[in-house]
Design a protein around this ligand. Structure first.
Ligand SMILES: C[S@@+](CC[C@H](N)C(=O)[O-])C[C@H]1O[C@@H](n2cnc3c(N)ncnc32)[C@H](O)[C@@H]1O
Length: 318
């Protein structure tokens, strides 16, 4: 699936305040002889259908029903007796079957929330993860707000990192890259949706095809899973692009290349901020030391796991 023409509608309405007071027994519902399933019943059926195939069966059923009804979750609790239209029932049933077959909820609804913004996602891009918000938190806390800083996001995927940084810091100039043209198309759409005009996009294999420029901050959430890791055959990961997930040499090859080449693209004193696996802290720190970065520090996520490493490039010759 590529290109804007095939993008699902980004249902931004779902993150807006719910319209109050709607009659649950509107004529459109109550007069329809085939509208026999209530919201409460649909949710029970959905949960039962997904039990055993999803660890979050109840939540998945709610999210999918909200998607079909174009409503927020509070609506389901407010109007449990409201009847579904036959078309809504059909769509809901189809989504439940797809979810039962393993398809990630975010690909079924076409969006995922990241740093309180909705991002369009398709199977061309990694589904943004909550762990990556740690990288955003660090990046925003690191550099002064008011300056025109140059920031590079390597492997932008949906644009979750680049668009968030650009939207949060309109003075920054963000460059977002990916090897995948399809991913860049999604990232561009997300930049438009969030009116982030301070981003440029480049298709590039890491630094290979980038214009010769220097940055104050380089961020990346690169692929870091070992190709033979059994998790790649489980859950949502089965449906996500393998190029977004797996890296050679036990998952460290892309991180190593970025650490090595970022030195030539950072201003003296510039920072490199990388997400990595929770078992890669030592390997990443060793690589940063070998490449003569300074002020190396690894940050832990809310679960206490080391997920993001930061280093400063002192500007020595390399
Ligand atoms: C783990 S995903 C991260 C996506 C997004 N930044 C996020 O955090 O949700 C890694 C991204 O790197 C891209 N990628 C993989 N290999 C690459 C390469 N050699 N050069 C540039 N991008 C690459 C993938 O297409 C994918 O979008």
């Amino acid at each position: 699936m590529t290109g804007n023409a095939t993008l699902p509608k980004l249902t931004l309405g779902k993150i807006q305040a719910e319209a109050p007071a709607e009659n649950p027994q509107t004529p459109a519902d109550s007069c329809n002889p085939s509208a026999t399933t209530s919201i409460a019943k649909a949710l029970r059926r959905g949960r039962t259908l997904l039990d055993g195939s999803s660890d979050s069966a109840a939540l998945d059923a709610e999210v999918l029903l909200c998607f079909v009804l174009d409503k927020q979750r509070a609506y389901l609790r407010t109007w449990p007796e409201r009847l579904l239209q036959p078309e809504q029932q059909r769509r809901y049933q189809k989504l439940l079957q797809q979810r039962r077959a393993g398809h990630p909820v975010a690909y079924l609804t076409g969006s995922r929330e990241f740093w309180s913004r909705e991002f369009i996602v398709t199977p061309d891009v990694l589904i943004p993860r909550p762990e990556t918000e740690l990288l955003i938190e660090r990046a925003l806390g690191l550099l002064p707000q008011g300056q025109k800083l140059q920031v590079l996001d390597l492997g932008t995927g949906s644009g979750a990192i680049a668009v968030t940084l650009a939207a949060e810091r309109p003075q920054w100039r963000v460059t977002a890259t990916d090897i995948s043209a399809a991913a860049l198309s999604i990232a561009r759409s997300n930049a438009r949706h969030h009116a982030a005009a301070n981003i440029r996009f480049h298709r590039s294999r890491w630094f290979d095809d980038l214009p010769d420029a220097r940055y104050d901050l380089i961020v990346s959430n690169p692929p870091y899973i070992a190709p033979d890791d059994e998790h790649l055959q489980q859950g949502d990961l089965r449906f996500e692009p393998q190029t977004a997930l797996a890296a050679d040499r036990n998952g460290i090859a892309d991180i190593e290349e970025i650490i090595n080449k970022a030195r030539r693209q950072l201003h003296p004193g510039g920072r490199l901020l990388l997400e990595h696996g929770c078992d890669q802290q030592r390997a990443v720190q060793t690589l940063l030391q070998r490449c003569r970065y300074s002020e190396i520090h690894t940050h832990t996520d809310l679960a206490g796991l080391p997920r993001v490493s930061l280093a400063r490039w002192p500007g020595i010759s390399c």
